[in-house]
Write a protein that binds this ligand. Structure first.
Ligand SMILES: Cc1cc2nc3c(=O)[nH]c(=O)nc-3n(C[C@H](O)[C@H](O)[C@H](O)COP(=O)(O)OP(=O)(O)OC[C@H]3O[C@@H](n4cnc5c(N)ncnc54)[C@H](O)[C@@H]3O)c2cc1C
Length: 353
């Protein structure tokens, strides 16, 4: 039996979840095709939205627009699914060096929006911090896995979800329609993370995938309402567990957890954590990053039935709600996509496909 919908979405990581949520809220028909045998970047993401970044502690790209949008969006899906998804989780900075302390003090005095002082006596029972502590307010922690699992249940119960591998070879193009197996649609949106690198229509986008690992550990006694950060981050995970990471590998020849990463994390933890801990897991994923560090959002310049929402890199949690909404508004109402994120910037190479 054929199913007719307006949109087919490929992938249910963070981006596919948000794309389908936007369509659902707008009352537009869709099916989502997700291959559960392909590991997603979203499943290992620590779920942090942090408004500042880097050694110079500067604001992240478009954060003044994206942060309030994301907080509203996650609060909305949390209410719909009736499970806890978003919580404010200030970052406790354990300054790892004199230089980072200086950066922090400089930012506190110049263009400081998100930085806060910390009372060291509150944190010295947990951490060794010769350079002292600082803090970042307005940070959020998301239970990404709980959100994606719960949204998947919603999708299944409303007959929107297909667990299958999508292959472009199974797509038939008609004048105003596309068919994939038994589904007829007007448009297809690719939210399939690094799989878009193999997509014949979008593979020329400058993807540069990045491998990242994390240890999952138990730290009895450490308060789990904060994110802790020096050279590495300790982030609340599920129940009494913490996520510890990460690394950013631009060249890699496998997607396996590495002994070198594990040893580095252990060395780091032993240096600054005052509490005993136990390692319970070691996870790994590939971030859909790219050479420009900006998303890939928009409709293909010559195949107007195909669009992409991808390239969220290290910031899928904050960027996905905003850019899926922009793509939908663009397709439905013709509003422009943020020029730095729009795939219009690659029009020439995409047309060559
Ligand atoms: C270790 C690590 C830590 C991270 N921490 C954070 C963080 O704290 N905050 C943050 O903002 N970001 C973080 N990220 C980045 C974040 O994970 C990504 O930006 C985000 O998950 C990308 O989401 P996505 O939906 O584009 O891709 P994915 O999550 O990879 O989802 C793609 C989906 O498409 C499906 N799929 C792929 N190919 C096919 C196919 N052929 N047919 C059907 N389905 C298919 C897959 O099964 C998957 O479900 C982290 C990443 C890593 C690796």
């Amino acid at each position: 039996m054929q199913a007719e919908v307006k949109y087919i979405i490929i992938g249910q990581g963070l981006v596919g979840t948000w794309m389908s949520y936007q369509l659902d809220q707008a009352g537009i028909s869709y099916k989502i095709i997700n291959d559960e045998t392909i590991q997603s970047a979203s499943s290992v993401a620590s779920g942090v939205i942090n408004p500042v970044t880097g050694r110079r502690i500067v604001q992240t790209w478009m954060i003044e627009t994206i942060l309030p949008f994301a907080v509203k969006a996650y609060s909305s899906i949390q209410e719909k699914l009736n499970i806890p998804i978003i919580q404010q989780a200030p970052v406790i900075l354990i300054h790892p060096s004199e230089q980072m302390l200086e950066s922090f003090n400089y930012r506190m005095q110049h263009e400081n929006i998100y930085l806060i002082k910390q009372d060291p006596t509150q944190w010295t029972p947990y951490f060794k911090a010769p350079q002292g502590f600082g803090g970042i307010s307005e940070c959020y922690w998301l239970d990404v896995n709980a959100m994606i699992a719960s949204w998947k249940n919603y999708l299944i119960s409303h007959n929107h979800y297909v667990n299958a591998n999508f292959d472009m070879q199974d797509v038939v193009f008609h004048e105003n329609k596309v068919t994939w197996k038994n589904i007829v649609a007007e448009k297809i949106i690719f939210c399939d993370g690094i799989s878009s690198m193999q997509n014949p229509f979008f593979k020329s986008l400058p993807f540069a995938p990045n491998k990242g690992e994390a240890l999952i550990i138990k730290i009895p006694g450490l308060p789990n309402k904060n994110i802790y950060k020096n050279n590495i981050s300790i982030i609340p995970w599920k129940q009494d567990l913490f996520w510890v990471g990460s690394n950013y590998e631009w060249t890699f020849n496998n997607v396996q957890p590495s002994e070198a990463f594990k040893e580095k994390m252990i060395e780091n933890l032993n240096q600054f954590l005052n509490l005993p801990y136990e390692i319970v897991d070691h996870i790994v994923g590939i971030r859909p990053t790219n050479t420009q560090r900006r998303p890939f959002v928009g409709i293909h310049p010559t195949h107007s039935q195909l669009a992409i929402c991808n390239g969220m890199g290290t910031k899928g949690c904050s960027l996905a709600p905003y850019f899926t909404a922009q793509l939908l508004a663009h397709w439905e109402q013709g509003t422009p996509i943020e020029s730095e994120a729009s795939i219009k910037r690659f029009e020439t190479i995409l047309k060559e496909n």
